[in-house]
Design a protein around this ligand. Structure first.
Ligand code: 4AD
Ligand code: MG
Length: 479
């Protein structure tokens, strides 16, 4: 018999119809004459209840049916007497495809801590929480591509191995085939990369932006959605060493057009999740309420679905960095030195505590900050006429802080060249980027949305390591 997926089964009312189910046991319970198996196959967060009338043969089979075992069940759809679901399956035959020894299987039908599950990342897909996150992650990936496709953008694959440092922050993983036990060195004592695979020093990309710009200056609207790598040693709940970034890049867009796109895209993605992922969102909402029930009322986050709708309804606040510094300097936590990093004055880099203050306490809605000091931003950002600031934009979200970073790009050859020199960026790694400002240069802009930061927001999870299947962070590369 052809397998019916549980998601399809649960929406059918073909009572009496024969079906085959395949999936993994979540729980088994029973009484003298009957046993109940909750089966899940990942197609939905919901389990199907399988009713097993006991006879000596079935009892023999059920001895191998434990949490985690894989089963194939032939049975008949029946109307469910219980509330909450309309159908159950009356089992006729159960085949144990893959047993799971209950003495050894690490996941028990009880709540496990997220820390414990991180160590069991090979099995955590089988929990409700990670099933829900995985399905929402998929829906968001799909929605990103749909959004751009429907709006006339072209997807481009930007390289993963590069010889340039797009962000200029120097937090790169090196890529080499040199023998690390016998590194060739020149007379000056420096490593001789001539013998390396590419004949030069290379690294994993920190951003696809620079190459996306090249494509935008021909195709007008492009985006890249790829893995990016940062060797920053920040062991926080918002940083990964390997994360995915969505980077649109648009010719003929200035910073205002860029902000409009960022806001529109984020709202589209939220609406898409509300329209397509409600079962999983409802589960995660309950999980969050449960997790926070011991917190003081003022420390609790907004209910998940309410929060998503709330952001959808707000026009994002747009203010300059300079205005934000004034607000922060005069804020209570700054005056009472309750910020870990007290804001002394203009020029300070903003930490997530400041970003979250602006969003959660001051404006009570998402905020887009623009026109940051040039010293704390990357070389490629369009310089303002004041000589002090650049046309940067950061989108700040509740619970997350910075979710998007972007800017209008410097399109003036002389200004860009001067900035590259000023920042000691090797010109030979940037000649191709500079050339686009020589030939047909136009106003253009783009941004990067951290996909896992978006996932934190969509799922209400507190740690970025729980919204990517296999997180990479300092001292952690298992699986
Ligand atoms: O602000 P960032 O560094 O900007 C860029 O890389 C630009 N080249 C983007 C562009 O304009 N095309 O990074 C963009 C976003 C951040 O706002 C954040 O959401 C996310 O990427 N991000 C990280 N996410 C997880 N772990 C990290 N270590 C991250 N670093 C940045
Ligand atoms: Mg940034």
């Amino acid at each position: 018999m052809k397998r019916t997926e549980i998601k399809t089964l649960l929406s059918s009312t073909d009572y009496g119809k024969a079906v085959n189910l395949k999936g993994w046991v979540r729980t088994k319970r029973g009484s003298k004459n009957v046993a109940f198996i909750a089966l899940n196959d990942g197609s939905t967060i919901k389990n199907v209840q399988v009713v097993v009338d006991l006879n000596p043969e079935m009892e023999g089979v059920l001895e191998n049916v434990h949490t985690g075992a894989a089963l194939s069940i032939d049975g008949v759809i029946i109307e469910s007497p219980g509330s909450g679901q309309q159908v159950e399956v009356q089992a006729k035959e159960i085949d144990v495809l893959g047993p799971a020894d209950p003495e050894e299987y690490p996941l028990q039908p009880k709540k496990h801590s997220l820390e414990f599950l991180r160590e069991k990342a090979h099995l955590r897909f089988r929990t409700n929480t990670f099933g829900a996150i995985t399905r929402i992650r998929h829906a968001m990936i799909f929605a990103v591509h749909k959004y751009f496709n429907d709006n006339g953008f072209y997807n481009i694959h930007t390289p993963i191995i590069t010889a340039s440092d797009a962000e200029g922050a120097g937090e790169m993983f090196q890529v080499t085939t040199l023998n690390l036990n016998n590194i060739p060195k020149g007379d000056d004592g420096e490593i001789d990369f001539n013998d390396d695979f590419f004949g030069k020093a290379t690294n994993l990309t920190v951003s696809g932006q620079l190459e996306a710009e090249l494509a935008a200056l021909a195709l007008s609207k492009v985006y890249t959605f790829g893995p990016t790598f940062r060797a920053e040693n920040s062991n926080t709940s918002r940083h990964l060493a390997e994360f995915w970034m969505i980077e649109p890049e648009m010719a003929f867009y200035d910073i205002h057009d860029d902000m409009d796109l960022a806001e529109d895209m984020l709202k589209y993605l939220i609406q898409y999740a509300l329209d397509n992922c409600m079962d999983d969102l409802e589960f995660l909402s309950k999980r969050l309420l449960d997790e926070e029930k011991n917190k003081k009322a003022e420390d609790r986050s907004m209910e998940l679905i309410e929060k998503l709708k709330f952001v959808l309804d707000q026009k994002f606040e747009r203010i300059t960095y300079t205005e934000a510094i004034d607000i922060l300097r005069n804020s209570k936590p700054n005056k009472k030195k309750r910020f870990q990093f007290v804001i002394e004055g203009w020029g300070a880099d903003l930490q997530s505590e400041h970003e979250r203050y602006l969003v959660e306490k001051h404006f009570k809605k998402p905020v887009i900050l623009t026109d940051y000091p040039r010293e704390i931003k990357a070389f490629y950002m369009k310089q303002n006429d004041d000589g002090k600031t650049v046309r940067a934009l950061d989108v700040l979200f509740p619970q997350i802080g910075e979710i998007i970073g972007g800017s209008q790009r410097e399109d003036d050859y002389d200004k860009l060249y001067a900035r590259i020199k000023e920042m000691d960026i090797p010109e030979e790694s940037m000649w191709w980027y500079l050339e686009t400002r020589k030939f047909g240069s136009v106003t253009h802009a783009g941004f990067g949305l951290g996909f896992e930061r978006l996932m934190l927001f969509m799922t209400g999870m507190g740690n970025i390591r729980d919204v990517i299947p296999f997180p990479r962070s300092p001292q952690n590369c298992e699986f």
